[in-house]
Design a protein around this ligand. Sequence first.
Ligand SMILES: [Zn+2]
Length: 624
Amino acid sequence: MLKQISSAIILLSVLSSCGNDNNTTKEIPSSNDTTVVRDLHTQSNADEVTMKHLDLDINVDLTGKQISGNATWQIENKGKIKTLKLDTYDLTIDSVKVDGNKVEYKLDAFVEHLGSALNIPISENSTNVIIYYKSGAKATALQWLTPQQTLGKKHPFLYTQSESIYARSWIPCADGPGIRYTYNARVTVPKGLMALMSAENPQRLSDSGIYHFKMEIPVPAYLMALAVGDVSFKAIDERTGVYAEPNMLEKVHYEFAETGKMVHAAEQLYGPYRWGRYDILVLPPGFPIGGMENPRLTFCTPTVIAGDRSLVNLIAHELAHSWSGNLVTNATWNDFWLNEGFTVYFERRISESLNGKDYVDMLWELGYQDLEKAVEDIGADNKDTWLHIDLKDRDPDDGLTDIAYEKGALLLRLIEENVGREKFDVFLKKYFDEHAFKTIHTEQFLSYLRNNLLNNDKALEEKINIKAWVYGPGIPSNAPRADHVLFDKVNAERDKFLKGAAASSLTTSIWTTHEWLHFLRKMPKPLTKEQMADLDKENKFTQSGNSEIADLWFIMSVATGYDVAYPAMEKFLSSVGRRKFLEPLYKEMMTSGKQDMAKTIYAKYKMNYHPLAQGTLDKLIEGK
Ligand SMILES: [Zn+2]
């Protein structure tokens, strides 16, 4: 997943206890068998029963906003247990059959964050469990869009977001990142709409409205994905392509035209892409996050369609997940940095291959600034700034901060700088090969690192100070910093402006988005209205089609009270659903004396936002 939540949300989150001491947890033995790691976010007992394969047969009712049908699990009862426990969240269970016979099942009481465990009696030799079910109104994974919320305005739309523990709200499953299975699906949708999954996908409409999917590579539940809507496909090359609403397909195709090159660059670094096709689905505007690395089909926000390919780095990130995350998966959400830190490091290496060192140094520096902000927001001594985070009795989304992404990536960069790039690349390629389609937790990784790269060299390990990074707070003092060749030039232009030079006199003509972001981010806040007007006149920030720049500009406008930008800002807030943009902009209104403005605008457009974004903003704006 691309970074989505600013760390401020951590402070707003209510940390509540599950209130259930009998949660079943999954135990994952480590490589050296001295550490047992529990996945605290699944109530399933899939450590004792192998979940081999899922056959899903569902109907998607876009008017009634409900998924209904059945899930057939092929299992192997290796632990010879009497009860299979699966995760569900707001599902109505109609009936359950085991090996063809109806059985009495039991749904446990609802546990906060985790949902209700479904208890199914099985025998030693049971191999087949069918659950007939319907999704509920509170399904956290499902966003149902009205035609008005799409670009085409004619058809409704559905998409899922299953990471981290939301798959259980549309499929009864063993919902832990360490539990992998293959799946087939038969999905019935209204005629005229297309259905897509994280699987082999259709490229044209089915006349019957029935679609068949196959995923022969085992994946965890958080990578289960479904989208239904009026979308079309256009190929980029023989193994990559884009899906989008028809009226933006050409734009999307232009923006992502270099995807094939990216896949090639990634393969050159760390070995073959193992998932067959790599396609991208661009969703309607309400998508709450940047991107989601659903296997074979990245789900992506339309906010990266800037018209000039300036924000396609997001695709490098989602693509990199095809190795780090989808291929080698964090065993529990406490180990989330293994998914995201590796992916940010890998994403920047792809970008460096394609765009050169000076360019990617800007990404590293902007990432460092994000990390500093996260540490400041969370608190420099807070244990939530450790790479290995403790999410016991908490919402796993509390771990989705820049710590996992940027601190994780920086540790890998530090190791690279200490051992040399050549050696580090050989190590990473081997790591992906040897752990392909497996899960790994933090201690396993550290032990693999010691044995395969650091060669148990204690002095080297102390120099890197891995312990301070993984089990210590804040940003360790040996954190590497990128060279500032391009940003030094930006700093000089900003200084000139702040000393009174007109915006028109600055040398900015060859700047990319990243230079502009650095230029604006490091401006003192608030600027005067005159300074804002001068910058705007020269650079047309208020009308910017680049969502990253627009968001930053609107935050500065609110701080200054530069009301010229307000109509455009309201339009932005009505059409963008990405939490990364919404949260800091509303937060600026709330903290700069413009609470009424925040409340009025939020009340107007709340329904355009995803339930996950609404949850964040309800707390921020309405104090709920
Ligand atoms: Zn990610």
